[in-house]
Write a protein that binds this ligand. Sequence first.
Ligand code: ISJ
Length: 373
Amino acid sequence: MSTKKDDIPTTLPLLRDRIDALDSQIQRLINERAMCAEKVAEVKMAEQGVQSAVFYRPEREAQVLRRVMERNEGPLGNEEMAKIFRQIMSSCLALEKPMRIAFLGPVGTFTQQAALKHFGNSIVSAPMAAIDEVFREVESGAANYGVVPVENSTEGVVNHTLDSFRGSRLKICGEVEVRIHHNLLVAPNVNPDDVTHIYSHQQSLAQCRAWLDRYWPHAERVAVSSNAEGARLAEEAGKNGKAVAAIAGDIASELYSLSVVSANIEDHPDNTTRFLIIGNEKIPPSGKDKTSLLVSAKNEPGALYRLLESFERHGVDMTRLETRPSLISKWGYVFYIDFVGHCEDAQCRSVIEELRERASEVKVLGSYPVAVL
Ligand SMILES: C=C(O[C@@H]1C=C(C(=O)O)C=C[C@H]1O)C(=O)O
């Protein structure tokens, strides 16, 4: 039942009394919810076995968040409300079992931001030095799930991530998008006018290319392993009296106590990166899903046409097609295909069956809920 505006008190003491009363109700209800989650864990262990119980259920979490947004009447916005529930679920899941999440580190990267956006704050963070280490950490069971970048709206695909799926049995079990804002940063004792070198990840340097050409044409751009690493190097350089700048996001600038020379320097204001969540389980349908495939085409005329034709005939909406060298035969290719729907849906099953007849190999990388937040 929603509260009418007229029921809200109008004086400060009464308003604060009302807020205190509401807070204690909310707190009691959140704990009641947490008790249910604890019970869910017991049921899962009884039904699936203590060792093999699956605690994190992304399809269920997506459904909960979608319902929160659908029923929301304001004044808080849908996203704001969903973010609050995102964190409540994160705390509840941590009571069931704390999730260890491997991501492309170091601490302070946009990938960490993506991990927190997707799982909430109640996770154990495991920053890794490289994308294939994230894969290995999840494959070995040392981490429950991993987070890796897959494409950027300005710079395109992250090849390393796509290539890592080839030899891996991991499944994609979610996606998350993060708006990427870059800043030019220096250590507080550095005069920006003296800057001779600018450190960042190659993707970030590319996302700010036009801005750098215009305002910093003479500074040398140095590609390093991540923009957080660039920020760390800029902090260290500052201590040694060297005039080095970094390009990185807000988390990294705070983490390494750098000053912002210029904010939001990315060439495209809607610069966004999409990340994938990787894990060991297949995810059941959530009602609004996407599927990713890896398809090796036969090396013959019309091969790609015959793959695409199947999607068109079954009315399945393809959202992405990437081509990568096959690495097996010279001038052979593999295709990464994303489409709307779950691999258990009737039309999607038909498409996948046909692709299996028409291609030399089809690997379902995963079906997973479309990002909610
Ligand atoms: C409570 C459950 O376990 C986890 C916690 C959830 C929650 O807090 O709503 C939802 C899905 C799972 O990630 C469940 O499976 O229902």
